[in-house]
Design a binder for this molecule. Sequence first.
Ligand SMILES: [Zn+2]
Length: 441
Amino acid sequence: MTERGGVVDRADFVPLHELAAHRQRLWDSQRRYVRANSALYQRVWDGMELPEVPEALDDLAALPLVDKEMLRASQRDHPPYGDYLAASPDRVRRVHRTGGTTGEAMNLALSVIDAEQTAIVGARAQSASGLGPGDVVVHCLNYQMWMGGFTDHTTLEATGATVVPFGVGNPQLLLRTIRELGVTAISCTPSYPAVLEQVASEMGIDPASLGLRLGLFGGEAALDVPGFRGRLESTWGFAARNSNYGVTDVMCNVAGQCEHQHDLHFVGLDVLHPEIIDPATGAVLAWQTGVSGELVLTHLARECQPLVRFRTGDIVTVTEVEPCACGRTAPRLQVTGRSDDMVVVRGVNVFPTSVAALVTADPGTSGEYRIVLEGPGPYDRLPLEVELAVDIPVDSERARAIAERIGDAAQRDLRVTATVSLLEHGTLPRTEGKTRRVVRR
Ligand SMILES: [Zn+2]
């Protein structure tokens, strides 16, 4: 096992027990560094002296959790980087900004070491998805400030592939570039190929004739929508993979799919310590196959903005901890939702994804639904609005049977009592991929 600056060579193939020992070594110096240099953690750890900051990673639960709102407040009070900047500002070599269009912008600072580590870990995810030396990949994400552009570019380069920094827009030029440079892979959002197909058809180009063998996507769960991946692959003749799951404040890209299966390989175990917690209580859950909860991440070797026990807000399920057929030891995850969308009904955690499963399974519905919560809770029942399939009137006998079936399924599959209100077909808004399933009034 060779390492440099905390980063282990090919860590995604190293036996997990070796990585655990390595993580433990890194944590011992990282906790000293954070304790000495991060004003935010000095405050959050409330006067804890170093001997009290757990030395063993297994005891990390003794430390409080930190969330995005705390980082926002820190940047608001201590602009521009917040008082969790643990390094001198002149160590900051790259700054990304995110979220500026929808709310307060967050400023993400990377030192030389942070940036190098980010590129190497991200490259593991892209490599798992099949990118490597000999490939020419065109990167079609927005390069303006956010990490998905420039920093993802560095991850693509670190795989050994040749990278074409295309950015967004100008699809005609993109299609010509793919053909003329012999591009073999495209990195873009899952919705972009549909735009390109339109333009290709106007130019008389069959997408499958372009010679792309790999479509690399991330950021959205669209690839997991039944039928979407297959349609993309047959139109383009490439393998479509989610090569890019990341948590902006922690690591740009830390998990990707491989050619053997579609779960995300968590490839950052040398520099990150992951935990899974019950999002309602904060209790730590065992990191083992089948466990679901909110992903909490701790940096083990971060210079500029190190985070300890950061709540990602992502609900994940650990699907496998044994090595994959691809040879990687990296444990596999599925990202199933956001903790903000979790509803607690009589102590049971309910996620929109599990509600979706039972609603779409019923042929009497359109598959559209909403959970409409009145007041702050606690809730005794799950208030569910379900849209009927075409041509089923709300006040019909059929509709009543559908409501009953869904109520029974909620009891059986989710272990909660649902109040099912039926809506006529077409009542709920359709917004591709981004529909708000939980409405709080
Ligand atoms: Zn694999």
